[in-house]
Design a protein around this ligand. Structure first.
Ligand SMILES: *Cc1c(COP(=O)(O)O)cnc(C)c1O
Length: 850
């Protein structure tokens, strides 16, 4: 058959209900339970059948349903309420000139994935869900933000299991008509098409726009007639195995994304790159700044990095993309002319050496980080791990001074809260708890909720999960044509009354899904207990190429088929946002067993905690900074091991000890009526923990305070007045480059023969040879701390030294005073850096130690 011409017919919605259509076309509905409820009310059965996609839903509804809605005044009042909120939160314009951003500054957020709702196949896992939550919170807080990504029709794979428990993958295509997208148009009203240069000619992409509350998300799509068939497939699915296609995607996202913004008339003041996939943004942004501000390459290279934010998400070096220079070269050809430099030089920006090396791959991390003054990991521990991992890029810096900080991830609570807890929060935190910043005061009100009320909410969520599991299991087994007797059994799996433990995450080996099964006897005893039984729900996908991960899934499935287990251990297929929501709301305990420190953050634990689900986890990622015995349990004390088999054994034993001695007894302690009061207290503490410290609103506020606003100011100052101050920075850097080789500093001296007492002071002197530089151009610092070993310090501290005497010939005596604050062995040394902002100080080569 030839290619079909297709068209779509939507129902005719009566005028009084027209808001429904507007609502369906803004993803805002997806985090407003009252809006979801509004759709559902039109036809509850079809709403579920449509997979909660309002556009599919609309095509299924009988016209007469709308007519009936017109006569239902309860429904109409509900509609009006939602419409009012929408007008207030989304349509009321914000006067940005009254905010610290100023009238036109915009933040552009780039990401390979966006997990907004299960109906949009633009994400694979945690990174994408985080990006989605970031946009939703930015919309709630009305930040001047736009976002850029790719439009995948097939997204990430759907998972199903065969008879043997082996994962199978399917890539169903989502119809573009079933996504609330519109073609993006330029200011003249033309449909937008952009192109990037490639080895075989141009790659074209059309640009779609989808509204996530107030935030416009632009998505590039190569499925366009201008491209030959093989190029149309570039944006078909997420993370293709072929690295050439991956590179093409990353070029489209970074270079194409920036070009799309330009054509839309958007010149971002700040670009935020969510992981190294977006790093090509730097190259195109430099070209745009050169052309738009009429400055040379050196000046643009002073402006761009000071208004760039880079977030890294993985603690494993193998998790970063790298490409052979020759593969990248054709994409950069156009920049020879636009930047006025050769491709080798541009390629060298993604390498760590001074000069371009044709045998070294281009690292997307190095490229992104090189051009970002603001760089962060996603939890405190991950920040530390990332600094250690990338210390080789700044060999002169002590590890704690590697310029990578952290902003701990947070979750967009309205997207993950159960309806039961939502109603409690509405009553106790206030009706607008949804869209406001949570603070610790507000969180304290959780304590006022009656224990019985919280516990009822918990039981309702658990029952809902059990019901959902049963219908999913029936579907799973039905598709495999399971015999009648088995079908009968799966119709009644799980028990809505008993302690339910959830484990849902990617089946990567380091997440160690096998840990529970390492001691099968102990496991069977837990599950088989008559008076204090436990049940387990598993879910998660393995990467299509990860055979080991798939084997882990198979093992779980086989275990669940043992006699006596089928009813108590289930594996649910196709872990996605919808299933995640059921799980983080419905289980009692959220189990996480990563091999520390490989879990960068682990946001699913936060989703669970805010629903009053207690975390039982290795002290890794966010849990390493959040854990407190009043809100959950830690497996071990944050140890790291060389011998992995030994580690597994130790931690498996610890896990079972906690389950048997703490978790199960606390859950079944029902002396006071039928609520386990200690458990409920821990539930409240978990909710408060996330409301106060780990919500996306707080996370976005942190990005704003530490990065966005300083970057906006940098951008304004540096581009003002024909980029005059950026020009000064160029001259400063040139001068420093020329003169720095002459800079030397002598070991600092002091009269420290006698032991000191706490409170004593002494002074330290050193001689610094500055060559042609002036003391006003440098900073001399005493670097001190307690001795870790003879040549290493910990708890280091930096004290500025001041020029005390001009010794002539470019040599100066510097001095400072040291106060002995506590007893112990201490050491110090001294160093010179340029005087300037962090971006200048962190430039390689400008740090000289004594
Ligand atoms: C939240 C979420 C994740 C990330 O959670 P982790 O704790 O990092 O595993 C992954 N997938 C889905 C569907 C999620 O909702």
């Amino acid at each position: 058959m030839t290619r079909l011409q297709t068209y779509q017919v939507f129902p005719k919605i009566p005028e009084r209900l027209e808001f429904l259509e507007k609502l369906a076309r803004n993803m805002w509905w997806s985090w407003r339970l009252d809006a979801i409820e509004l759709f559902r009310r039109v036809d509850p059965r079809l709403w579920v059948q449509s997979n909660r996609n309002p556009l599919i839903f609309a095509t299924m509804i009988a016209q007469k349903r709308f007519e009936r809605g017109l006569k239902d005044d309860g429904f109409l009042a509900h509609l009006d309420r939602v419409q009012k909120s929408f007008e207030k939160e989304i349509e009321t314009p914000v006067d940005y000139s009254q905010t610290p951003y100023g009238a036109d500054a915009q933040v552009a957020y780039f990401s390979m994935e966006f997990g907004i709702h299960e109906s949009l196949p633009f994400f694979s896992g945690g990174l994408g869900v985080l990006a989605g939550d970031h946009l939703k919170a930015s919309s709630d807080l009305a930040l001047p933000m736009v976002a850029v990504g790719l439009l995948y029709r097939k997204g990430y794979f759907h998972q199903y299991l065969d008879h043997e428990g082996w994962q199978q993958e399917q890539y169903p295509e989502t119809d573009i008509f079933h996504m609330p997208v519109r073609r993006a148009r330029d200011p003249q009203g033309n449909e937008l098409i952009i192109s990037v240069e490639a080895s075989g000619g141009l790659i074209y992409a059309k640009v779609w726009k989808i509204m996530v509350g107030r935030v416009a998300l632009y998505l590039l799509d190569t499925n366009i007639a201008e491209n030959p068939p093989e190029l149309r497939e570039i944006t078909a699915s997420l993370y293709p195995g072929d690295s050439a296609v991956r590179l093409a995607q990353e070029v489209l996202l970074g270079i194409g994304g920036m070009k799309a913004l330009k054509k839309l008339g958007i010149e971002p003041a700040v670009c935020h790159m969510n992981e190294g996939h977006c790093s090509f943004v730097c190259v195109e942004r430099i070209a745009q700044v050169m052309e738009g501000k009429n400055v040379d390459l050196q000046t643009a290279m002073e402006i761009v990095p000071r208004s760039m934010v880079f977030t890294t998400h993985t603690p494993v070096a193998a998790g970063y993309d790298e490409f052979p220079p020759d593969l990248v070269r054709p994409y950069l050809q156009e920049y020879e002319k636009r930047l006025g430099t050769d491709v080798d030089t541009i390629l060298s920006w993604g390498q760590t050496g001074e000069k371009f090396d044709p045998h070294v791959k281009l690292s997307m991390f190095v490229l992104g980080h090189n051009f970002s003054q603001f760089c962060n990991g996603v939890s405190r521990l991950h920040g530390e791990v990332a600094r250690g991992m990338w210390n080789h890029v700044w060999p002169q810096r002590p590890v704690e001074e590697v310029p990578i900080s952290h902003v701990t991830n947070g979750i967009h609570i309205p997207s993950w809260i159960s309806i039961e807890n939502h109603m409690l929060f509405e009553r106790y935190l206030g009706p607008d708890w949804y869209s406001t910043n949570f603070d610790t005061d507000r969180a304290e009100r959780i304590d006022q909720i009656y224990n019985e009320e919280i516990w009822r909410a918990r039981e309702m969520s658990r029952s809902r999960l059990v019901r959902a599991c049963r219908s999913m299991m029936v579907r799973q087994y039905g598709r495999r044509n399971a015999p009648k007797s088995v079908m009968k059994e799966v119709e009644s799996v799980l028990d809505p009354e008993i302690l339910t433990i959830g484990f849902a995450r990617r089946f990567a080996t380091y997440k160690r899904a096998y840990m529970l099964f390492m001691d099968p006897e102990r496991f069977e005893k837990l599950v088989g207990s008559k008076d204090r039984p436990v049940q387990f729900v598993f879910a998660g996908k393995a990467h299509p190429k990860d055979h080991e991960g798939k084997d882990l899934i198979r093992q779980v499935v086989h275990f669940s088929r043992r006699p006596g287990m089928r009813n108590k251990v289930v594996f649910l297929e196709n872990y996605d946002i919808n299933l995640a929501r059921y799980l983080v709301q419905g289980v009692d305990v959220w189990l996480n067993t990563p091999r520390r420190p490989l879990e960068a953050c682990g946001t699913s634990g936060m989703k669970a905690a805010v629903n009053g689900v207690l975390n039982l986890s290795i002290l890794d990622g966010w849990w390493a900074e959040a854990y407190h015995p009043d809100c959950g349990w830690s497996i071990g004390n944050g140890e790291e091991y060389k011998d992995h088999a030994y580690q597994d054994q130790v931690e498996c034993r610890a896990l079972y000890n906690i389950l048997e001695n703490d978790v199960i007894p606390t859950f079944y302690d029902r002396r006071e009526g039928d609520t386990p009061d200690r458990w409920v207290e821990m539930m409240k503490n978990s909710m408060k923990l996330v409301l106060g410290n780990f919500c996306a609103h707080g996370m976005v506020r942190n990005y704003e305070k530490d990065y966005y606003l300083p970057a906006v100011r940098n951008h304004a100052v540096l581009t003002d007045n024909n980029a005059e101050s950026a020009g000064k920075l160029v001259a400063q850097r040139r001068r420093l480059k020329r003169e720095w080789p002459a800079v030397r500093i002598e070991p600092p001296q002091s009269d420290i023969e006698v032991p000191f007492r706490v409170g004593d002071r002494f002074s330290v002197d050193t001689k610094v040879h500055l060559g042609a530089l002036e003391p006003g151009e440098v900073e001399v610092e005493l670097y001190s701390g307690s001795l870790k070993s003879v040549d290493e310090l910990k708890n280091s501290q930096v004290t500025p030294m001041s020029a005390a005497e001009d010794l002539g010939g470019g040599t100066y005596r510097y001095t400072c005073e040291v106060v002995c604050q506590e007893a112990g062995r201490f050491g110090f040394t001294a160093r010179v850096t340029p005087r300037g902002d962090d971006y200048l100080k962190n430039a390689p080569g400008f740090l000289t130690w004594a």
